[in-house]
Write a protein that binds this ligand. Structure first.
Ligand SMILES: [Zn+2]
Length: 457
C-alpha cells in the first residue's frame, strides 16, 4: 500500500462522524479524496469506477469510527522534556513555572526538533492532524528554533500552525538568557511570515504572532504584534485569565484587569485567541463573544495546576470561539487530544451539570471548533471540498466493549488511540503504527536528550 498517491478510497468505515452543520453520522460508509481534498462519501458499496482507476490507494478502515482530524490549538512542545518534573509536580502555575523554566538554558533547536516531533507523533496517535505550538523560549545561540519545528511537522506530514512566541521583559520566572528584544522578535516574525506562511486551502504551514503573556511581553511588543497580525490577517495568541494571581499582578502593575490590558494593546479582533480563559467576568465573556475572540480550553492542565474551570458554556453562548488545547506537556503531562476532549466533557459537567456537554459537543471542540478558531474553513468537518483529514478509531476496544453507542463511547469511555490517521488524503498511521517513522527510536532519542537537560541543571 502506497501512502503517497493523489487518489484515496477509504472503505469499510463503521461510523462516519461528519461534524457537518447537522452532525450527520453515516453507518457502513466510504469516502474518496483527490489531491488532498474530499470528493465524495456515502454508504453501501464504494463507487467501482473510482476504485478501478489506476493509482488509487485503497485504505480499509476496518469498521472503525472516522471523525474529522482533531485540531489542537495550544501546546508547548518543548515541555515534553520536563514531564513529571519533581520540583514542580505539586505546585500551582507560577512556582511550577519558576522551577521548570530553569531547565532550558542549554536547550538547542536540535532538541526542539526532537521534542516537537515526539509531541506531534503523540498527538497524531490520538487523532490529531492539525496542531498549533506556542514556543517562546529562544536562548541566544540555540539555532533556528521555528525552522526546526516546521521541519519536524513536515517529516510527520501533520499540519502545523506556528504561534511564534516571544518574551522581551525580564522576570523572576525566567533568566535573561531566554528573552529577546522587541526588534529581534518582530524581525523574526517578518522572516517566518515570508518564508513559511501559506494561507491557501489545504495549507500545512501557518505563522501566528504569540507574545507569551502580559507578564513577560512589553506593551510596545503587544501593540506591534497586534498591529502586524491585523495588517496581514494573521492569528494572534497569548495566555490570559489562567490564574487569580494574574488578575492581582495586572491590577497592581497596569491598573486594569488582564483582558482590559490586552484590549488597550489592540487585541480586540477576530483572529485573537487566548489560552485557558478561566477567570473572565460576565462582562468580559460578553466582550469576547461580541468580537468572536477565541479561547483554547485546556482542561487537563487547568486541573493539574488547580487553576480553575473555564466557562466553556457561557463563552459559547456569548459567541466566543472555544476549541481544545492540550497545553504544554509539562502541565498536562501528556498530549492525548481525544483524551483532552473527554476531560472537557467531564469538567463541563462538573461546572454546569450532566446535560452540559454531549460526546458530539466534545468532538466539536476538537474539530469544527478548532477550525473556526484557527480560521481554517477547509478543516473541521468531513464534507465535499474539505481537506481529507480523518482520524479513524477502533470501533470497540477493551475499555468500550459492551457499549450500546460506539460514537458516544469514543468520548465517554476511556480514551483510545487511532487505528489509522489520514492527513490530506495520505495515510500516515495504519493499524495503530506510523508507516514511515520508528517511534521507539524517537522515544529513545527524546528520553536521552531530556535526561541530559535535567542533569545539566
Ligand atoms: Zn500554555
Amino acid at each position: 500500500m502506497s501512502s503517497n498517491t493523489a487518489r484515496l478510497l477509504v472503505k469499510n468505515i463503521g461510523h462516519l462522524v461528519t461534524m457537518n452543520a447537522t452532525r450527520d453520522i453515516l453507518r457502513g460508509a466510504w469516502l474518496t479524496a483527490e489531491n488532498g481534498f474530499i470528493t465524495a462519501f456515502g454508504t453501501g458499496t464504494p463507487p467501482a469506477d473510482f476504485a478501478s482507476v489506476s493509482g488509487v490507494t485503497v485504505h480499509d478502515a476496518r469498521g472503525g469510527i472516522a471523525t474529522p482530524g482533531l485540531i489542537n490549538t495550544h501546546h508547548h512542545f518543548y515541555q515534553t522534556m520536563a514531564r513529571a518534573y519533581t520540583p514542580g509536580n505539586n505546585l500551582p502555575l507560577l512556582p511550577w513555572l519558576a522551577h521548570m523554566n530553569k531547565l532550558w538554558k542549554p536547550f538547542t533547536s536540535d532538541d526542539l526538533y526532537v521534542a516537537s516531533k515526539l509531541a506531534m507523533a503523540e498527538m497524531m496517535l490520538t487523532g490529531c492532524t492539525t496542531t498549533s505550538d506556542h514556543h517562546y523560549v529562544v536562548p541566544a545561540g540555540s539555532g533556528d528554533n521555528f525552522a526546526a519545528q516546521f521541519r519536524a511537522a513536515a517529516d510527520l506530514g501533520v499540519r502545523f500552525h506556528c504561534a511564534r512566541g516571544s518574551m522581551d521583559v525580564p522576570s523572576k520566572l525566567i533568566g535573561d538568557w531566554a528573552i529577546q528584544t522587541a526588534d529581534e522578535i518582530m524581525n523574526d516574525v517578518v522572516r517566518l511570515h515570508r518564508e513559511y506562511h501559506d494561507p491557501a486551502p489545504g495549507s500545512y504551514r501557518q505563522v501566528f504572532l504569540a507574545p507569551c503573556a502580559a507578564t513577560s511581553a512589553s506593551k510596545p511588543l503587544l501593540v506591534e504584534s497586534a498591529r502586524y497580525a491585523k495588517e496581514h490577517g494573521l492569528g494572534l495568541h497569548s495566555h490570559c485569565a489562567e490564574t487569580i494571581e494574574e488578575d492581582d499582578f495586572s491590577l497592581e502593575k497596569f491598573g486594569v484587569r488582564p483582558l482590559e490590558y490586552f484590549a488597550e494593546c489592540g487585541w480586540d479582533f477576530e483572529g485573537v485567541w487566548f489560552a485557558h480563559g478561566i477567570h473572565f467576568t460576565d462582562a468580559e465573556v460578553k466582550w469576547l463573544g461580541d468580537r468572536r475572540i477565541g479561547v483554547a480550553h485546556c482542561p487537563y492542565a487547568n486541573m493539574r495546576l488547580g487553576s480553575g474551570i473555564c466557562r466553556v458554556g457561557d463563552l459559547q453562548r456569548a459567541g466566543a470561539k472555544v476549541a481544545i488545547g492540550v497545553d504544554g506537556s509539562a502541565s498536562n503531562d501528556s498530549g492525548h487530544v481525544l483524551g483532552e476532549l473527554r476531560q472537557a466533557l467531564m469538567l463541563a459537567r462538573v461546572r454546569y451539570g450532566a446535560g452540559a456537554m454531549s460526546a458530539l459537543d466534545a468532538i466539536a471542540l476538537g474539530t469544527s471548533g478548532g477550525a473556526d478558531l484557527l480560521r481554517r474553513p477547509d478543516l473541521g468537518s468531513l464534507e465535499i471540498g474539505k481537506c481529507a483529514d480523518l482520524a479513524i478509531f477502533p470501533e470497540i476496544d477493551l475499555h468500550s466493549s459492551g457499549c450500546e453507542n460506539p460514537v458516544d463511547a469514543l468520548i465517554i469511555c476511556w480514551s483510545r488511540q487511532v487505528e489509522s490517521l489520514i492527513v490530506g488524503g495520505r495515510v500516515r498511521i495504519a493499524q495503530g503504527r506510523f508507516l514511515d517513522h520508528d517511534l521507539d527510536a524517537l522515544i529513545a532519542d527524546h528520553t536521552g536528550r531530556a535526561r541530559r537537560i535535567h542533569a545539566a541543571l
